[in-house]
Design a protein around this ligand. Structure first.
Ligand SMILES: Nc1ncnc2c1ncn2[C@@H]1O[C@H](COP(=O)(O)OP(=O)(O)OP(=O)(O)O)[C@@H](O)[C@H]1O
Ligand SMILES: [Mg+2]
Length: 361
């Protein structure tokens, strides 16, 4: 269904104009455009943990091609990923935006291919020569350098989930986490993970808490919002007769491809949770992005965020769904507390009973 939707063509023209203006300003101030872009990894007060990625390639110990276009390099500054394919500036902005929202995504930045070439050692440390050839094809441009995440992708290829992922598919917590990812992707306008079909290679780390999102992209989300159908989702959570259309579509796809049953209700609640996180962090996101307006596609993402906020902030269906889930969570917590207390009482009662006898003897 989603695959049939034609995505609007990207409009880089504004970005080009902006970056030209920016280059002029930067030159006037004695900076280069590259320096400006690097600012994106400098620590800021957005509550985002920013570890500057070290791309100096000092004392390289290993070079490994993970795919044709993704390389792993181990050096003194840690493990890094060098990526060649795709909209790399979009990737870096999306990674950054997700981290501002508190969503796990790698730190990344654009780095000059020439600089990396200069620093790449001559010894053969695995796939060094392959990487050198690749960097040679990108001379004069920038490539993406990201932190190497210490987890595994949810699948070796887009369509193919790992055995662990397959096992988790009918787990409500996994469905909840997928729902959160779907919400974050609605902010980004990103379809190559869940919304347009599964891409397990773009998700990492199978934990209870969340899924790390990699290979992130920003697209205009105007075409996506009606497809995701927010109100349908909120109605379903509030107690509508039908599951949401997005929940049904994802579940159908999962059933058809992997013979697994998605817990649609948990997926929808995860989606609500992701949307709420977005709304809570929206202002923070706007401030962070406004500092990088010249940085394509920062402007598209700002429009996305405003558009989505419009759909949520005065939406009674959204608040009704939120209230219902919060009430359920509250009641469950109360019940858990009551259960714990009665277990404690029981234990105490039992021990005083034993005490009574032991004292008598
Ligand atoms: N930051 C990272 N940390 C650890 N592994 C990574 C990281 N980035 C990429 N990888 C590994 O490399 C694989 C491919 O990465 P990525 O999806 O970014 O590239 P891609 O070439 O765009 O892939 P595709 O176009 O097929 O989706 C991932 O599935 C993952 O296994
Ligand atoms: Mg990918």
């Amino acid at each position: 269904m989603y695959e049939q939707v034609e995505k609007p063509k990207k409009n880089k023209s504004r970005a080009v104009t902006n970056s030209v203006t920016q280059t002029k300003n930067d030159v006037a101030q004695g900076y280069t455009l590259t320096d400006n872009r690097r600012k994106i990894t400098i620590s800021r007060n957005y509550g985002v943990i920013q570890r500057n990625i070290d791309a100096q390639l000092t004392n390289v110990t290993q070079v490994k091609a993970l795919t044709n276009d993704v390389y792993y390099v181990e050096h003194q500054g840690g493990g890094i990923i060098i990526k060649f394919k795709g909209d790399l500036d979009s990737d870096a902005v999306a990674d950054y935006a997700l981290r501002v929202m508190g969503v796990p995504a790698p730190e990344s930045k654009l780095v000059s291919a020439d600089m990396l070439l200069e620093r790449l050692p001559t010894e053969n440390l695995g796939d060094t020569e392959q990487l050198r050839q690749k960097l040679n094809t990108r001379k004069g441009t920038e490539v993406l350098v990201a932190e190497m995440l210490v987890s595994v992708a949810l699948g070796p290829t887009a369509d193919e989930p790992s055995t662990d992922t397959h096992e988790q598919m009918d787990n409500p917590q996994f469905a909840f986490n997928l729902g959160k990812v779907a919400a974050h992707d609605t902010v980004l306008g990103h379809v190559d993970r869940i919304l347009g079909g599964f891409n397990w290679g773009n998700m990492m780390g199978l934990t209870e808490e969340s899924i790390q999102q990699i290979d992130n992209q920003v697209e205009d989300n105007a075409f996506l919002i009606p497809i995701v159908n927010l109100n349908d989702m909120f109605d379903s959570i509030t107690g509508g007769l039908n599951d949401s259309s997005l929940g049904r579509t994802v579940a159908k796809r999962m059933g058809g491809m992997y013979d697994k049953v998605l817990d649609i209700s948990s997926f929808e609640k995860g989606f609500l949770d992701g949307m709420t996180r977005f709304l809570q962090r929206k202002e923070k996101l706007m401030v962070a992005l406004s500092e990088h307006e010249s940085w394509w596609p920062s402007d598209i993402l700002q429009d996305n965020a405003n558009r989505l906020e419009e759909h949520l902030k005065t939406n009674g269906k959204y608040f009704a769904a939120l209230q219902k889930v919060r009430m359920e969570t509250f009641l469950k917590k109360e019940q858990d507390e009551a259960d714990k207390q009665s277990a404690r009482d029981k234990k105490q009662g039992k021990s005083s009973f034993f005490n009574f006898f032991s004292k008598k003897q």
